[in-house]
Ligand binder design. Structure first.
Ligand code: ADE
Ligand code: ZN
Length: 337
């Protein structure tokens, strides 16, 4: 069996996926029509042609503009279900998805429009596709901590259905310590904590995410590789990194996939997972990330299997569910040997 076919059949979890970043241009047009919202493009091709970014901010500007078409609970339900159908085709068995409530509440939508729509899409995905999922609320780091605290307050009635909090958007100039209090509060409320760190920001931001925000999992983490003590710490703590190769390529975090740090991360004992981040914008879903990275750096079948195992181990599933999912990975590896 080819490595591509092996990757396709490998059961996996996706742990770094912004649901707003799974909005394909076709659905963007459909929602624009349905909601009578005008968008500054006249065709799906024109939208795709605009996805040429030189850094994170370039992408974020267009990503927040795209989210304007999302207006109703049904829109968020449809967005989520479209992602899960695509993910199921990649044999994603579990996904922990991010949403950015402030992108929607700042446009006047009540918190529940996004949250209830996504939760109903997640439930439909479990029934229709057998894909389980958890929801993570991300704070926008370009806004202030008071706005993040308001968001956590607004989320209160939904917190029994929200697994954790995250931190995303423009990294440089917005260090994790800016969100010290809101993360501390989230921790006291029993929520898991994750944060984007070291995507464009320096290793000092990764240290802060660990020490100040007390994260349970790290999103990206690429620039950790500049700091040998940090590499050792991540490996010793078995900190899961949700790495996103095609995102890194599109946002010029790496010049070429051949230069991607994943092989070195694996060699140094870091708990790496592969994910798609914003697949509608970056040109590939999770299996494309596995395949294209494998092609570029020459991953072995064992390395690919390890990262799929890591994806379940680093998830927020309970121990019994993790064990059951990891057994499915092992069964696929044994069957394909
Ligand atoms: N929001 C959506 N995708 C993101 C990324 N890769 N980094 C920071 N914020 C984001
Ligand atoms: Zn991300």
């Amino acid at each position: 069996m080819s490595l591509d076919a092996y990757i396709a059949g490998l059961p996996k979890a996706e742990l770094h996926l912004h649901i707003e970043g799974s909005l394909e241009p076709e659905l963007m047009f459909e929602l624009a029509r349905r909601n009578k919202v005008s968008i500054p493009f006249d065709s799906v091709e024109a939208v795709r042609a605009a996805y040429d970014f030189s850094n994170l901010q370039d992408f974020l500007d267009i990503y927040y503009a795209g989210a304007e078409v999302l207006r109703t609970e049904q829109d968020f339900h449809d967005l989520a279900l479209a992602y899960f159908r695509r993910a199921a085709a990649d044999n994603v068995r579990h996904a922990e998805i991010f949403f950015d409530p402030q992108t929607h509440t700042d446009r006047g939508l009540p918190f529940g429009v996004a949250a209830d729509g996504l939760l109903s899409g997640m439930k439909a995905a479990e029934t229709e596709l057998g894909v389980t999922s958890k929801l993570i609320l991300c704070f926008l780091r370009h806004l202030d901590e008071a706005a993040a605290i308001d968001t956590l307050n607004a989320a209160e009635p939904w917190l029994d259905r929200i697994a954790g909090v995250g931190l995303d958007s423009s990294e440089v100039g917005h260090p994790p310590s800016k969100f010290r209090h809101v993360f501390e509060r989230a921790g006291h409320m029993g929520l898991k904590r994750v944060a984007h760190a070291g995507e464009e920001g320096p290793p000092a931001y990764v240290w802060e995410a660990l020490d100040v925000l007390q994260i349970d999992r790290m999103d990206h983490g690429n620039r950790s590789m500049e700091d040998p003590r940090l590499i050792e710490r991540l490996a010793d703590e078995r900190m899961t990194l949700t790495v996103c190769p095609l995102s890194n390529l599109k946002l010029c975090v790496v010049r070429d996939l051949k230069d991607h740090p994943v092989p070195e991360m694996l060699r140094r004992g870091i708990h790496v997972t592969l994910n798609s981040d914003d697949p509608a914008y970056f040109g590939g879903y999770v299996n494309d990330n596995y395949r294209r990275l494998a092609d570029a750096v020459g991953l072995s079948r064992e390395q690919v299997t390890l990262m799929a195992r890591n994806s379940f181990e680093g998830s927020f599933l309970d121990a019994a569910d993790k064990a059951a999912r990891i057994a499915e990975v092992e069964a696929w590896a044994a069957r394909s040997a």
